[in-house]
Design a protein around this ligand. Structure first.
Ligand code: HDD
Length: 753
């Protein structure tokens, strides 16, 4: 009976485990109206209303979060036990023969505890070791059944749970967040037709065209093998040796050397599936597709001097930013856009869509927005979820298929393979964060750490003893797109792969002047760290093929002559379709969130003009900014008329470059005291140098002058003076200036201040 089934010790979350009505079309899933406030409101209260430390773990509203409830552990009111459930009476002392005697081998409690500890670490990811992740959901704007039968796009408003992990590539697990690097952007969709992993980066192209070169690339990029340096940095000989010998990497180099390589936040970067994929509809028709994630928070970056300093003061800068935004209910959101094109269209392009070093310019194929992803819940346990999640490009579902991109082919193999070492065997799909919400039924058996308890004696197919189950799903299951293939078995590349520079030039020429200057400065910095002059020269020769202007700029920064441009593989390539693509500039996607989540520092000291700060605080908080009072130390300060101001950060623990904007306070006594503290001028100078907004109230102007900034002659829209002006009045202007992110008219190389 149903009661009996319910009473069985099966996983109640996976209610479908014991049979389900195999549908041909994907089930509709949970559906809400797009943008429905009911959805966000329910998750918002759920997530923000529950403390994440201590107490019972909150029950998630996202389906994949709920399925994790079965493994959540809550020690409230529970005694300490061994792994065998035996209560431990004393967790302080080993078992000894006499108080001063030797420890006894029979102390199974000590031995279990130490043994487990000894094996706590697992191998880190060979690339993308450093990362942070969050739960959320994908919501389809509309049905996309015209192009694909993929479950997440089956119905307007359909919700699919996701887990997304962002990462740096080169650094080890404990390395800094703000290294110059590509960022991983991996999304696991727990669809009702199985897990689909879109394992992308924040850059739409890659360094190499063929997976055969991936180990070489990574060996060149990672710390050099003899001395293990440098950590989380591409600025060293082996990397530039390799890429300067691989002209196909030039396009990706332009992106990594641009400000995209140092994002302000994981929440403020784009994501790309990189490869050309296929969409396949229920009739078996297929189109090509590229995946783009666009952050609604805008695309914003750090500047290099800032990134370097942040890595010292807060190596967890991006991890903390993502965590804190979600904890505060400020859920980051991305729109998924597709570039959909036919094979016939692709054949006409000047480049090959199977070449992962090429984009499809949006001028050729515009983006179609198809849904949004919202991340609304932090993991409960970093190891169990963020560390153990296993993404894999081979995890696709009916309605999605691969193209013949030879880089993708290698990835399809690599991801599942690497988990076998990293997660200790072939059963990593059973780790809760990896297990699909769709029922899993097959005849794969055993192996290390097997969890499933298969009943019966049948583990083969065909069978008659189990009624032929589990049975082949036929066309309701995954059917590879029957692309017809002819050709010789060869090792080689298609013709258009030989053109390496046109899109590097397109990228460079699509940048604003400040962005171009940052690209040149990044090449200069990286190549200045290269010890072998011939490598610098070879790279300059390659850059000469991108832009003479860029090559000259970098060469002069290195005190070198511009060498002759490197000979190209094809002298006379197909002319590119576009020479400028505005979407390639970071400035293209300013975002819609104003100053929400922006970190504002307000300097405080004893004698600070309290009323103006209270008014500002109210206006900024109202606009969604996060205001911090920063003193020479943390703790209480006393304002002009005896009011108390609580500093939650100090200039020592939180230097100026950690904040998006600065308020220099009024109050002559406070200004006097701040003037005597060397940190103050550094704090202001960094804000100035990094082109951030500075609001100076009344007497605070003296501190600006001490920092060598003369606001009277400065036409800078990012420096606001409020003398005799009501603080609340100036708040609006300040908020607008902060929303501009930076004031690049102040950008100087080298810095003047
Ligand atoms: Fe990769 C991890 C993205 C090429 C082999 N890769 C990894 C992750 C991301 C990417 C985001 C981290 C996933 C996570 O958060 O756990 N990789 C890319 C992109 C590529 C790319 C966008 C080019 C388009 N990767 C690539 C190639 C190969 C690999 C060509 C091998 C042939 N990548 C791996 C890996 C990793 C990995 C060794 C390390 C840990 C893991 O997979 O789970 O299998």
């Amino acid at each position: 009976s149903d009661d009996f089934v319910a009473a069985m010790p099966c996983n109640p979350i996976k209610a479908l485990e014991y049979g389900h009505d195999n549908a041909v079309a994907p089930p509709a899933g949970e559906v809400v109206e797009p943008g429905s406030s009911a959805l966000t409101a329910s998750t918002a209260t759920e997530d923000t209303g529950t403390a994440k430390t201590g107490g019972a773990a909150p029950l998630g509203k996202n389906a994949n979060v709920a399925s994790l409830d079965r493994v959540r552990v809550d020690p409230s009111n529970e005694p300490l036990t061994t792994n065998q459930g035996v209560r431990i009476g004393d967790n302080q002392n080993t078992l000894k023969a006499g108080l001063r005697g030797p420890s006894l081998l029979e102390d199974f409690i000590l031995r279990e505890k130490i043994t487990h500890f000894d094996h706590e670490r697992i191998p880190e990811r060979v690339v993308h070791a450093r990362g942070s992740a969050a739960h959320g959901y994908f919501e389809a704007y509309d049905t996309l059944t015209q192009y694909t039968r993929a479950a997440p796009f089956a119905e307007k408003g359909k919700i699919t749970p996701v887990f997304a992990r962002f990462s740096t590539v080169a650094g080890e697990r404990g390395s800094k967040d703000t290294a110059r690097d590509a960022r991983g952007f991996a999304v696991k969709f727990y669809s009702d037709e199985g897990n689909w992993d879109l394992v992308g980066n924040n850059i739409p192209v890659f360094f190499i065209q063929d997976a055969m070169k991936f180990p070489d690339l990574v060996h060149a990029l990672k710390p050099e093998p003899h001395h293990g340096m440098p950590q989380a940095a591409s600025a060293h000989d082996t990397f530039w040796d390799f890429v300067s010998l691989m002209p196909e990497s030039t396009h990706m180099l332009m992106w990594v050397m641009s400000d995209r390589g140092i994002p302000r936040s994981y929440r403020m970067m784009q994501g790309f599936g990189v490869h050309t994929f296929r969409l396949v509809n229920e009739q078996g028709q297929s189109v090509f597709c590229k995946f783009h994630w666009k952050p609604l928070q805008g695309t914003h970056s750090l500047v290099w001097d800032e990134a370097v300093k942040i890595s010292g003061a807060n190596p967890d800068f991006h991890r903390a930013d993502l965590w804190e935004a979600i904890e505060s209910g400020e859920f980051p959101e991305w729109e998924l856009g597709l570039q959909i094109f036919t094979e016939e269209q692709a054949e006409g392009f000047s480049f090959d869509v199977l070449d992962a070093t090429k984009i499809v310019p949006e001028e050729l194929v515009p983006l179609t927005p198809v849904g949004r992803m919202v991340l609304n819940r932090n993991p409960d346990n970093f190891f169990a979820e963020t560390e153990q999640v296993a993404f894999c490009t081979a995890h696709i579902i009916p309605g999605i298929d691969f193209s013949n991109d030879p880089l993708l082919a290698g990835r399809i193999h690599s991801y599942a393979d690497t988990q076998i070492t990293r997660l200790g065997g072939p059963n990593f799909h059973e780790i809760p964060i990896n297990s699909s919400l769709a029922s899993v039924q097959n005849n794969q058996r055993d192996g290390m750490h097997r969890q499933a308890l298969h009943r019966g004696r049948v583990a083969y197919e065909p069978n008659s003893l189990a009624g032929g189950c589990p049975f082949q799903a036929g066309t309701s299951g995954f059917v590879s797109y029957p692309e017809s293939i002819t050709g010789d078995k060869v090792r080689g590349k298609p013709e258009k792969f030989a053109e390496h520079y046109a899109q590097a030039t397109l990228f460079y020429e699509s940048q604003t002047a400040v962005e171009k200057a940052h690209i040149a400065a990044a090449f200069r910095f990286e190549l200045s760290k290269v010890g072998i002059p011939a490598i610098r020269e070879r790279m300059l020769a390659s850059l000469g093929n991108v832009s003479r202007e860029l090559a000259a700029e970098v060469a002069s920064g290195l005190g070198m002559e511009v060498p002759n441009a490197m000979p190209k593989a094809v002298a006379d390539p197909n002319p590119p379709e576009v020479s400028v693509s505005p979407a390639l500039s970071l400035m293209a996607l300013p975002g819609e969130c104003g100053v929400r989540t922006r970190q504002i520092a307000v300097l405080v000291e004893n004698g600070v003009h309290h009323a103006s700060l209270v008014a500002l605080h109210a206006a900024l908080t109202e606009a969604g900014a996060v205001v911090h009072f920063v003193g020479p130390r943390v703790g209480t300060f006393v304002g002009t008329s005896g009011e108390k101001v609580e500093a939650d950060k100090s200039m020592e623990n939180s230097p100026g470059f950690l904040f998006d904007a600065l308020v220099v306070p009024d109050g002559s006594e406070a200004v006097q005291a701040l003037a005597g503290n060397g940190h103050t001028v550094e704090f202001i100078k960094d804000q100035f140098r990094h082109c951030k907004t500075i609001l100076v109230l009344g007497a605070g102007r003296k501190l600006l002058e001490m920092a060598g900034i003369e606001p009277a002659t400065n036409q800078d829209p990012g420096i606001l003076l409020a003398e005799g002006v009501d603080a609340a009045e100036i708040a609006t202007a300040f908020i607008d200036a902060v929303a501009a992110h930076r004031h690049p008219s102040r950008d100087r190389d080298p810095p003047t201040k």
